[in-house]
Design a protein around this ligand. Sequence first.
Ligand code: FE2
Ligand code: FE2
Length: 244
Amino acid sequence: MQATVIYEDGDHRWIMFGRDPNKSEGIIDTNQYLIQSGDQAILLDPGGIELFAPMLSAVLKFVPTEKITHLFASHQDPDIISSLGLWDQALPNAKLYSPWLWESFIRHFGMERIEFCAIPDEGQTISLGRIQLQFMPAHYLHSPGNFHVYDPKAKILMSGEIGGYIENNEASLYVDNMTSHMQKMRKFHQRWLPSNEAKQDWIRRVRQLDVDIMAPQHGCLFQNQQVSEFLNWLEELPVGIAVR
Ligand SMILES: [Fe+2]
Ligand SMILES: [Fe+2]
C-alpha cells in the first residue's frame, strides 16, 4: 500500500493511500484518504475488507489508532466501507459519518463500538482538530444518498466516484494527459451516473468552490486547471446510459 502526502500546512495534512501492488486480482483499485489535524484524524472512504490489514499498517505510520477519531463513508458500496467491522474492532474513539439514507444498510458491515452519525441530505460541516470540513451533497452521483468532502483551507475536494477511473497500480498520482484521460473516464461516468440533472447541479455548485485538487476514490487526482477542464468535459457528457 503506497502512502503519499498530498497537502500539508501548519494546521493539517492530507495523505492518500492506494496503488497496492499486493491487491488480489479482480478487486478494483481504490484511493483512501486520511486527514490529520491536531489530535484528530478522519479516514475518508476507508475501503474494502480485503485491504484492511495493509491500510491499518500504512495508516499507523502517520497516526495511532486512538487518534483516528472520525470515519467517513461517502455511500454504501463495499469498495467504500466493507472494512467497517474491522475498523470497529481497531479504533477505540471513532465515529462514522455517512448518509442517513444508508444507516440501516451500512450497519450490515458490522459496527458495535463505532457511533453512527447520520449526515442530513443538505450536508453538514464538522470540526477536525484545527480545521473544518464540509460534507457536500452529491446525491445520485452515483448513489442516491452520497456526499463529497470539501476542505476550504487546503482547497481539496474529495469527489468520490466523480473523476474516477479504474487505474492499474503503476498509474501516476496526478492526471498527466487530460485528453486521453477523458477518453478513459467516459464509459465509467456514463454508466455509473444515473442523472443528468443531478450532474449539472453538482457542477454548478463545485464551480462556486475554490478547488486546487480534486481527489476521486479511484484513479488519478486532478490539479489546478485540470479541475475546470474536467467540469467542462462532464457538463457535455450525457450520463445514465447502459445500452445504446
Ligand atoms: Fe460506488
Ligand atoms: Fe467506488
